[in-house]
Design a protein around this ligand. Structure first.
Ligand SMILES: C[S@@+](CC[C@H](N)C(=O)[O-])C[C@H]1O[C@@H](n2cnc3c(N)ncnc32)[C@H](O)[C@@H]1O
Length: 302
């Protein structure tokens, strides 16, 4: 839903349902940005949270499991995961751009502000795919705060379970030219069939040099794993809602999964990325935890 506000700027409602997960990742990036030893700087992340919640105070308002008081093992695990995957994607995108990619496709772009914060070359085009209402909210906030991207940015509202290739081509995407596909924090919201169709569509549009960056958990993160780390009712409800949103994603390990579509993958995981940056690994990602969830991060080429 959208309408025109007092200043003539389009006002839009905050994302809901699976779209609301966009706010959780932004929340983690806002918290990271506030740290003196931050791994990246995303000044827009806090604005998305403030505008979605009409919050005008200091710090960040609580949103379900997302909280700024360091008391929750549940949020510590989620925010660590959202934060520590970010440098992995940043570094691989910059490497692909240095190697000649001038097209970046953010598949489930959500509140990702890489066109604003990565200093991508001006001749780069970043195509952003997500639900139209999510992109409308993002665009409204960015334009209200006069954010300026270093490169060309093209938001495209789509359902990623449907055939979105035509929309991407109509927006100026060139399948024969080098491209880096970024599907960050998406596959766990798709069924195995939808993940398969997504990879087939990405592959069909990768006729030149191509890079694919994505991640997914080794197993479905079930309700018990999530709720056992909740410290109060609001967190428990939030954890149950999240558990209801997640799906299987790909049903195969990363290297063989992408190999079936002609890609060669290098694979790491979230615990290794967390250690690489000298941060503590939340118990749920650690090998000792009985209900451990490994999360693979992969960088593939073809
Ligand atoms: C957890 S968010 C994070 C994504 C973002 N790359 C990030 O790391 O901040 C997941 C996003 O996937 C989008 N999404 C999930 N399923 C989708 C679908 N079927 N079509 C379009 N967008 C979808 C949601 O709207 C949401 O913005």
């Amino acid at each position: 839903m959208s309408s025109l506000g007092a200043m003539g700027v389009k006002r839009v409602t905050a994302p809901e349902g699976v779209r609301a997960t966009a706010l959780l990742t932004a929340y983690a990036r806002a918290q990271e940005t506030a740290r003196p030893d931050r791994l990246f700087d995303d000044p827009w992340a806090r604005l998305f949270i403030a505008e979605a919640t009409a919050f005008t105070g200091a710090g960040l308002p609580r949103i379900g499991m997302a909280r700024d008081d360091k008391v929750s093992p549940l949020w510590a695990a989620f925010s660590s995961y959202f934060t520590l995957r970010t440098p992995f994607y940043d570094e691989h995108i910059l490497r692909a751009v240095a190697a000649g990619a001038r097209q970046v496709v953010l598949v489930a772009a959500s509140m990702d502000t890489r066109p604003y914060r990565l200093a991508l070359p001006p001749d780069t085009t970043v195509f952003e795919l997500d639900n139209a209402s999510v992109l409308d909210f993002k665009d409204a906030v960015l334009s209200r705060h006069h954010a300026r991207a270093s490169c060309r940015r093209v938001p495209i509202g789509v359902d990623l379970r449907a055939d979105w290739s035509g929309d991407l081509l109509a927006a100026g995407f060139r399948p024969g030219e080098p491209v880096v596909w970024v599907a960050e924090g998406l596959l766990m919201y798709l069924t195995t069939g939808d993940s398969e169709r997504l990879l087939a569509a990405v592959t069909a549009q990768s006729r030149g040099r191509a890079w694919l960056l994505t991640e997914y958990p080794e197993r479905v993160v079930d309700e018990a794993t999530m709720t056992s780390r909740a410290t109060d009712e609001a967190e428990r409800v939030s954890a149950m809602m999240m558990a209801n949103l997640v799906r299987r994603g790909p049903d195969t390990e990363p290297a063989p999964w992408v190999a079936r579509h002609g890609w060669t993958a290098e694979v790491t995981d979230i615990a290794a990325e967390t250690r690489r940056h000298g941060r503590p690994v939340p118990d749920v990602f650690d090998h000792g935890a009985p209900d451990r969830v490994g999360v693979w991060l992969l960088s593939a080429t073809r």
